[in-house]
Structure formats: structure tokens, C-alpha cells
Design a protein around this ligand. Structure first.
Ligand code: SF4
Length: 223
């Protein structure tokens, strides 16, 4: 019973957010889980855009749903993997540059406000660059846990939670990435050369209208 009420609560909040985001010129899809999100991208968004060359920014939701694997295996699509395990760092950076010229770029967002603003903080900047300009279309997969009331709480969420947790996550595969929050779990606004917090963006609206497509998911997903 509680689960049902909780789902209804989130469905109402997400329906309101969808309408707000649409007024900000985003194209919005509302789905119930990660599997549905994957199906929307593969069966609706990719065919509708005609995208053939696709790349990605960091998105746990896209990885965990198997979306990138399905795109890689789909005949007729070319997938540029910018996070392929084991590739040299210079190759990874070059792929991230090339990803800015793709037909479609898939990623996540650190937070979204109830006013429909996307709030992100990047280390390298490839993700926020692509969301802002470059790829012809952008798809953002977003779990309901990314919603915050306003800009201040969005930035607080990113500083106090997303950034330290992402630093800990990336440290596992890249031990050289070792800002102090990897040990403490707390942001100290460090000056570490491997600091993962370098560029903030606030995306108020999609330009051109509809370029940024947001898939809202009625589940807690991602960081
Ligand atoms: S500024 Fe430094 S300490 Fe704070 S979250 Fe970013 S990397 Fe961690």
C-alpha cells in the first residue's frame, strides 16, 4: 500500500515537472523504470531523430540499463564509447572531443529543479559542453531522485552528494584520481589537481526547442 501511494506521489510530481520542462522547450518522456527508458530511446527517440552516430557522457542509468550495449549491437548505428575500459587517457579525451560532433549524445544530469533547470558539474567538461552545444540531439536520462526544489538545493545536492560519491566511484578504476573527498566523503572545496569539480552549468531552456530530450524515470537511479 505504501509503495502504491509513494508511486502515485512521484507520478504527480513527475507529471508536473514534465509540463514545466516542456514550457522550457525540452522534449520530455515520462516512464516508470529504466527498462522503459531504454525502450523509449531505442524505439522512439533514435528512429525519430534519424541519428546514426551516437556517443555518450557519464550516465550510470544508461550503463546499468544496458542501453549502450544495445546501441553498440544495433546494426546501422555507430557508437563512440568514450569510457571504454582500458583505453589510454589521451584516446579517451580525443573520443570525448569527437563525441561533440555526433548526431546524438546520451548522458545524465546531476540535478533538476522544480522550475525545470538542469544543474551539472563536470571535471573534464565534455558532458556539459555536449549538453550545451555540438551534438544535433541530446538525450538525458533522469531518475526521480534528481529533483530538487530550487537552484540552491540543486547545487547543494551536487556539492555534498553527487561530487564526492562520483569521486569515490571513479577512484576505483583510476586511483590517480584522489581528491580528499575520496577518503572523507565530504567536499572541502579542494585545490587538488585531480579535483572533479571544475565547470558548473545551468541549462535553463533547450535551444533549439526540442534539441534536448529528457527521459524522466519514476525510480531512484544514478547519483
Ligand atoms: S571540490 Fe574537491 S573535495 Fe569537493 S567534491 Fe570536488 S573533488 Fe571532492
Amino acid at each position: 500500500m505504501e509503495k502504491l501511494i509513494d508511486e502515485k506521489y512521484w507520478q504527480r510530481k513527475l507529471t508536473r515537472l514534465k509540463s514545466t520542462l516542456e514550457k522550457n522547450n525540452f522534449e520530455v518522456y515520462l516512464v516508470q523504470n529504466a527498462a522503459e527508458a531504454k525502450a523509449v530511446v531505442l524505439k522512439e527517440i533514435i528512429p525519430k531523430t534519424g541519428a546514426r552516430r551516437i556517443s555518450m557522457g557519464d550516465s550510470l542509468t544508461a550503463v546499468n540499463s544496458g542501453l549502450f550495449v544495445d546501441i553498440k549491437n544495433q546494426p546501422g548505428l555507430e557508437f563512440l564509447d568514450t569510457f571504454e575500459p582500458g583505453i589510454p587517457i589521451m584516446e579517451a579525451l580525443e573520443r570525448r572531443r569527437q563525441a561533440l560532433l555526433m548526431d546524438l549524445f546520451i548522458t545524465g544530469t546531476n540535478a533538476v529543479t522544480e522550475k525545470g533547470q538542469l544543474v551539472n558539474l563536470d571535471m573534464v567538461g565534455n558532458r556539459v559542453a555536449a549538453v550545451t552545444f555540438g551534438p544535433r540531439h541530446v538525450v538525458i536520462l533522469m531518475g526521480r531522485n534528481k529533483m530538487t526544489p530550487d537552484l540552491e538545493s540543486a547545487m547543494e545536492r551536487v556539492r555534498s552528494y553527487s561530487a564526492p560519491v562520483n569521486a569515490i566511484r571513479h577512484h576505483v578504476d583510476h586511483p590517480e584520481l584522489d581528491p580528499p573527498c575520496v577518503e572523507t566523503g565530504v567536499c572541502s572545496n579542494c585545490r587538488n589537481p585531480m579535483r572533479i569539480c571544475n565547470t558548473w552549468t545551468i541549462t535553463e531552456k533547450s535551444f533549439p526547442p526540442g534539441r534536448i530530450k529528457i527521459v524522466l524515470i519514476n525510480e531512484d537511479l544514478g547519483l
